[in-house]
Design a protein around this ligand. Structure first.
Ligand code: SF4
Length: 211
């Protein structure tokens, strides 16, 4: 049985807008906030996810979980053309490089704007819980986005600590979440498939694996 931790929000009685990248990454974050009595809303804005089928699966997993735990879920636009426009010239960037900075910037800019327009004071994200990501890069992008609006703070909590990373997997298994096999964008899918083919494995099949 998963033992969920309690955490302290950066401000008393704050309203938190949690940018969620997917159900597996946000499961532990959501449970910890609920247990800690934090007023949270999930914000799903991930125009990076490709193809649309993968995007819909990831989003629907997140909606299903939000309903189960009784948390409000904001389904933001899938403005994928805008994402591709911003990714132009960055197609060959490695993961954790400049394309990822653009991608985090874009997602946090929308999150911060929504927070500002809808009375939230804290924004944060499940993105940093993955050990494959550069937490400093994510925090820098989050703080940059929040700094554009007065009264909005980006919460740089390290969701990996105090067993957060392992609980993330335990919750994913417990909930039988969809298991994505690549980060999300078309370029990460390309790179992962190239790696798989070079290592004698089959290409990724969208919608196949669950925890
Ligand atoms: S790998 Fe692709 S989806 Fe992931 S952060 Fe970088 S650009 Fe965005």
């Amino acid at each position: 049985m998963v033992k969920v931790k309690t955490i302290i929000a950066p401000k008393k009685d704050c309203k938190v807008l949690l940018h969620s990248c997917c159900a597996p990454c946000s499961g532990e974050v959501i449970q910890a906030m609920i247990k800690s009595g934090i007023n949270l809303t999930i914000f799903f804005y991930n125009p990076n996810i490709h193809p649309k089928k993968e995007y819909e699966i990831r989003k629907n997993e997140n909606i299903k979980y939000a309903k189960k735990v009784g948390i409000n879920f904001i389904d933001a636009d899938y403005d994928v053309q805008n994402w591709f426009k911003r990714a132009k010239g960055l197609e060959l960037e490695p993961e954790r490089g400049k394309r990822c900075t653009m991608c985090f910037d874009m997602r946090f800019e929308r999150t911060a704007l929504y927070a500002y327009e809808n009375g939230f004071d804290i924004i944060t994200s499940s993105l940093g819980i993955s050990r494959w990501k550069n937490m400093q890069q994510i925090n820098d992008c989050g703080e940059k986005a929040a700094s554009k609006y007065s009264g909005i703070t980006y919460w740089t909590y390290n969701w990996r600590k105090d067993g957060g990373s392992s609980r993330m997997y335990e919750i994913a298994k417990e909930e039988n979440f969809y298991k994505q096999e690549f980060y999300g964008c078309i370029y990460s899918l390309r790179d992962k498939n190239n790696w798989r083919l070079q290592n004698g494995k089959q290409e990724i099949e969208i919608g196949k694996n669950y925890y």
